[in-house]
Design a protein around this ligand. Structure first.
Ligand SMILES: Cc1ncc(COP(=O)(O)O)c(C=O)c1O
Length: 419
């Protein structure tokens, strides 16, 4: 198998990778006929479920109409309509397309730096949250927490100032850090995952903390960058996590759920005032960034179909049904296992398993995945944190079953003294 896998140690003890031949709704089907419930939305992308027929149809129609154009010289209605719709929802009037979540972030960082450069008041520093994850390209790695993911590249990453993770225990430190910003003129902006830090282990915080950080950064003239690559498209209780915040971003990064999980697409939306710093006949003021597949029409058609689904009342009815079930399951868990903290926000349900070994490489990562897969449930822990992130195609019974597997693992395996 000459295919190199992401985030995977290749060695003779490597667990086998399962060939999947088709998928529908919340299920992946193996060649030998197993149906596996996907509780990860395929790395958080298939928000409505796999192979949603409405999105598939939109892509098929687009494929027969217009496949690709050179986007610097031409445009097309799926791209225009998509930015217009998202602009209407977010109040951010310009959209720059790229290919994935990391590039949406990379573009956001470049826009923020060049915004100040074009205005002749250069600012070079970013603020980010402890524990952040914003992607795997160099800029995105730089604003992400230093970890085993980034250590081989450590010296090449640019310096960032870290704000304490917003929590009750960290409040004092957070207020102190925000106060100490006063008078700074070198901060280009703050980048954060609003309300939930996904990769860090589904770490959740109140919208009021986001607002406080945004206000402090705005006071010193910095830009607010919301990385909603993960939280976008209904993860946290609203279409976007920042819908629940008072302080709206100046720059918003989208990807993952944007095309309903069908095609890679990144989109960085910006406020009118940010765009105006680039509006100039001076060639040096243009944003010299682009990708061969910028604004691919098929991906844009998929994203438009995704948005149409979110405009249907039945989508939100199903959404609220599942959110309610996640809430109930979290409350029940809390009563039964008060020692094993459970977290829930919107569709996200997560528990932190007891383990002397913490962090991404804790043994539960492989042990639980194997345990669940043997029961035809696919969940991929983030270290000691097991999360369930259902697609809207899921049923409440499937959520009960998934939590049941976490529960039996906790009782049968996780309680073992060696773990
Ligand atoms: C918040 C956030 N930003 C950016 C990324 C990077 O997205 P991609 O994997 O599409 O490059 C991720 C991926 O998990 C993410 O969770």
């Amino acid at each position: 198998m000459p295919v190199w896998r992401p985030y995977t140690s290749h060695w003779e003890g490597m667990p086998p990778t399962l060939p999947i031949v088709r998928a529908t709704g919340s299920y992946l089907y193996t060649a030998d006929g197993r149906a596996i419930w996907d509780g990860t939305c395929a790395w958080w992308v298939t928000v409505h479920g796999h192979c949603h027929p409405f999105i598939a149809q939109a892509i098929a129609e687009q494929a027969h109409t217009l496949d690709q154009v050179l986007f610097a010289d031409f445009t097309h209605s799926p791209a225009e309509a998509l930015v217009e719709k998202l602009s209407h929802h977010t109040g951010l009037s310009w959209g720059f397309f790229s290919d994935d979540g990391s590039t949406a972030v990379e573009v956001a960082l470049k826009i923020a730096l060049q915004y100040f450069h074009n205005r002749g008041e250069p600012r070079r520093k970013f603020l980010a949250l402890e524990g952040a994850y914003h992607g795997d390209t160099f800029g995105a790695m730089s604003v992400s927490a230093r970890s085993a993911f980034t250590s081989p590249f450590q010296e090449l990453l640019f310096e960032v100032e870290w704000l304490p993770f917003p929590s009750h225990e960290n409040e004092g430190k957070l207020w102190e850090s925000l106060e100490s910003l006063q008078g700074r003129t070198d901060i280009a902006g703050f980048i954060g995952e609003p309300i939930v830090q996904g990769v860090a282990g589904m770490r959740m915080y109140e919208a009021s903390y986001w607002d406080a950080i945004a206000r402090a950064v705005r006071r010193i003239g910095g830009l607010i960058i919301a990385d909603e690559v993960f939280t976008g498209f209904g993860r946290t209780g609203t279409l976007f996590a920042t819908d629940a915040c008072n302080e709206k971003p100046d720059i918003l990064c989208l990807s993952k759920g944007l095309t309903g999980g069908f095609l890679p697409l990144g989109l960085t939306l910006v406020r009118q005032e940010v765009f105006e710093a680039f509006y100039s006949s001076e060639p040096a003021h243009a944003l010299y960034h682009g990708h061969s597949y910028t604004a691919n029409p098929l991906a844009c058609a998929a994203a438009l179909a995704n948005l149409s689904l979110w405009e249907r009342p039945e989508t939100w009815e199903k959404y609220h049904l599942l959110v309610e079930m996640q809430r109930t399951l979290a409350a029940q868990w809390q009563t039964l296992y008060p020692e094993t903290p459970v977290r829930q926000k919107g569709l996200i349900w997560a528990v932190e398993l007891p383990s002397p070994e913490k962090g991404y490489f804790a043994p539960h990562r492989h042990l639980f995945k194997k345990y669940a897969l043997e029961r035809n449930i696919f969940l991929r822990p983030l270290g000691t944190v097991i999360y369930i992130l259902p697609a809207l195609s899921s049923t409440p019974d499937e959520l009960i079953k998934a939590v049941g597997v976490v529960e039996s693992y906790l009782k049968e395996v996780a309680a073992a003294p060696s773990l």
